[in-house]
Write a protein that binds this ligand. Structure first.
Ligand code: FE2
Length: 230
């Protein structure tokens, strides 16, 4: 309901009880300027700014040149958004955390002790603390406390694990794999060694079975299969 409709509704309701109390005509209503609400300030700690998704994506492309790494960030964004939906959390915030989590990867490849910290430095006050903390938590620069911090930690290796799963199929498509296939690959230690089993299994920290976790992650990635080239 826009502001004019809201006022008209309010006027009608008030007139019902006190007909002479209020007399809003269209001219009066039009003079009342609606307050432009950029985002829910109360949901952001310290009233920080928040860049748009478009700005965040441009920032990512500015700092990350490896196409596969950009795809990994897009996959992480998609899964984080789907997880936010599942937990009834803020999709925009969770999505941005996923999209930006490896922003400094190319600068810190040889200095993993700086991974995450550099991203937070680049982001400054462009995003709320919640996103910066999630980014720090994904690479263990911060203890996992909030839900978003726990989820991003588990999601990070999962996107690569799912990509590796699709790539061993002759079709090289996400549509060729399902949750059971992923659960079986999980048990195969030699498959996608880089994807930490412990990290993926940490989905249990936020009350999800590996099966459910893979199901949501795979579904999210299938939705952007074309962008991922899978
Ligand atoms: Fe990552």
């Amino acid at each position: 309901m826009n502001i004019y409709k809201k006022l008209r509704f309010l006027e009608k309701s008030l007139k019902k009880f006190t007909p002479s109390l209020i007399n809003l005509n269209n001219e009066n209503i039009k003079r009342i300027k609606p307050v432009k609400q950029k985002y829910d300030i109360l949901s952001l700690s310290g009233g920080d700014n928040m860049i748009t998704r478009e700005e965040a994506y441009d920032l990512l492309k500015k700092h990350v040149k490896t196409r596969n790494l950009i795809k990994h960030c897009l996959a992480t964004e998609a899964v984080m958004k789907k997880m936010a939906q599942h937990f009834n959390e803020d999709e925009e915030i969770w999505g941005l955390a996923g999209l930006l989590h490896d922003l400094d990867y190319e600068y810190t490849k040889e200095k993993p002790e700086e991974h995450g910290l550099k991203t937070v430095e680049i982001l400054g006050n462009m995003v709320p603390e919640q996103i910066k903390n999630a980014i720090l938590a994904h690479c263990e620069k911060k203890e996992r406390e909030s839900l978003i911090e726990k989820v991003i930690y588990a999601v990070d290796p999962t996107t690569g694990f799912i990509v590796a799963g699709a790539l061993i199929k002759p079709e090289k498509k996400l549509s060729a794999i399902d949750v059971n296939f992923l659960l079986n690959r999980f048990k195969e230690k030699s498959f996608a060694r880089g994807a930490s089993r412990e990290q993926m299994k940490s989905c249990e920290e936020f009350g999800m079975t590996l099966e459910e976790f893979y199901s949501i992650s795979l579904e999210a990635m299938k939705e952007i299969a074309e962008e991922l080239g899978l």
